[in-house]
Design a protein around this ligand. Structure first.
Ligand code: ADP
Ligand code: DP6
Ligand code: CO
Length: 352
């Protein structure tokens, strides 16, 4: 029987505090603005992916949560192509290596949280896919190199190759080689940071991030101002707030960013509504908490979906999480739990 080579990995989700929304080059997935995110602990939300290759497989396949996915799309193809070409280069410089680059790939992936619901499944999903194949091929690539490949699968995925506080630099080169993720600070830099997730709906969103942002770029004038004026200002404030562990600025910019992003969604024609009544009620709860505290101790943010992520510091867990947890308390798993920030995730050893 033909040998089966395989490797597994996990990748965490990241939730942006300065949002990516808009592509200047849809083919290479190059963004119209830089972004910043916090990587959440993969003890809680994570993708687990196994990549295998064998001459006994007939074609490339991808199984996501037990259902077969189309791998012919340009984004998945770009990831496969780039990883195969790195492996082929290794094989030609070391002829004793097995020729894995020419074998069909079988990818099996599981998300332990809602897929396509605005909780960054494409981020954890493509980060895990790229790292699982890189492990299988025993590539010596750095997380930054892999982030450049994962970006082509899904933009936000480049940031899930790092733990802690991560920036995706938009870059300026036409080939996208400088559009990569970099670590701004490790999780240990700000050990009190926590996140709470309120799952408003686990349903698949009506408008995917990819198509939503393309319609925004094509129709919203507000978007232009956001990319040129608002985001550069927020990038600067956010980077400094993280460096200084200044929660008030971190929280204020996080909330204003979420609001600015959802305003451009509303300014898209036809408009895109990701937030619903429950999302707006969550915003009110955060406002009440901050009013009671007399300062910003909690910050809401919403990606392209109705589900809320609330950032806060551990010392305010009682005050902040208390109100949300009374609604969430009976749920199992990561819901209603104080989620920590993820440390760096290493390349795992290959298991054959
Ligand atoms: P989300 O808000 O969850 O990131 P997106 O619209 O950005 O939603 O992307 C959802 C898509 O990402 C899914 O329909 C699927 O194509 C892809 N995806 C999600 N999880 C995985 C995974 N584990 N492996 C490969 N692709 C994935
Ligand atoms: C609102 O990375 O999912 O979550 O590159 O088309 O796959 P594609 O889009 P995706 O967009 C994420 C948008 C966001 C903001 C963010 O994560 O920065
Ligand atoms: Co996504």
């Amino acid at each position: 029987m033909a040998e089966v080579y395989q490797a597994s990995t996990t990748a965490p989700v990241n939730i942006a505090v300065v949002k990516y929304w808009g592509k200047r080059d849809p083919k290479l997935n190059l963004p119209t603005n830089s972004s910043v995110s916090v990587t959440l602990s993969q003890v809680d939300l994570r993708t687990h992916t196994t990549a295998a290759c064998s001459s006994s497989f007939s074609e490339d396949t991808l199984l996501l949560n037990s259902s077969p996915q189309d791998v012919s799309g340009a984004r998945t193809q770009a990831c496969f192509r780039e990883l195969r070409s790195l492996r082929a280069a290794l094989e030609s410089s070391n002829p004793s290596l097995p020729k894995l680059s020419s074998l069909p790939l079988r990818i099996v992936s599981e998300n332990n949280f809602p897929t396509a619901a605005g909780l960054a499944s494409s981020a954890a999903g493509f980060a895990a896919l790229v790292r699982a194949i890189a492990n299988l091929y025993e590539l010596p690539s750095s997380p930054t190199d892999l982030s450049c490949i994962a970006r082509q699968g899904s933009g936000s995925a480049c940031r899930s190759l790092f733990g802690g506080y991560v920036a995706w630099q938009m870059g300026s080169k036409v080939d996208g080689s400088d559009s990569v993720a970099v670590e701004l600070a490790p999780a240990s830099h700000w050990p009190t940071m926590r996140a709470l997730i309120l799952v408003v709906s686990a349903e698949k969103k009506g408008v995917s991030s990819t198509s939503g942002m393309q319609i925004t770029v094509g129709t919203s004038e507000l978007f232009q101002r956001r990319a040129e004026v608002v985001v550069p200002k927020h990038m600067e404030l956010m980077t400094k707030a993280i460096q200084e562990r200044d929660f008030e600025t971190f929280g204020k910019v996080t909330m204003m960013e979420s609001n600015s992003f959802h305003a451009t969604c509303l300014d898209t024609f036809p408009p895109i509504f990701y937030l619903n009544d429950v999302s707006r009620a969550a915003i009110r709860v955060v406002e009440d908490i901050n009013r009671k505290a007399g300062k910003i101790v909690a910050a809401y943010t919403f990606d392209a979906g109705p589900n809320a992520v609330i950032y806060f510091e551990e010392q305010n867990s009682g005050l902040v999480a208390g109100l949300f947890k009374s609604a969430l308390g009976s749920l199992d798993g990561w819901q209603g739990r104080d989620i920590e920030v993820q440390e760096a995730t290493d390349v795992d050893a290959r298991a054959v």
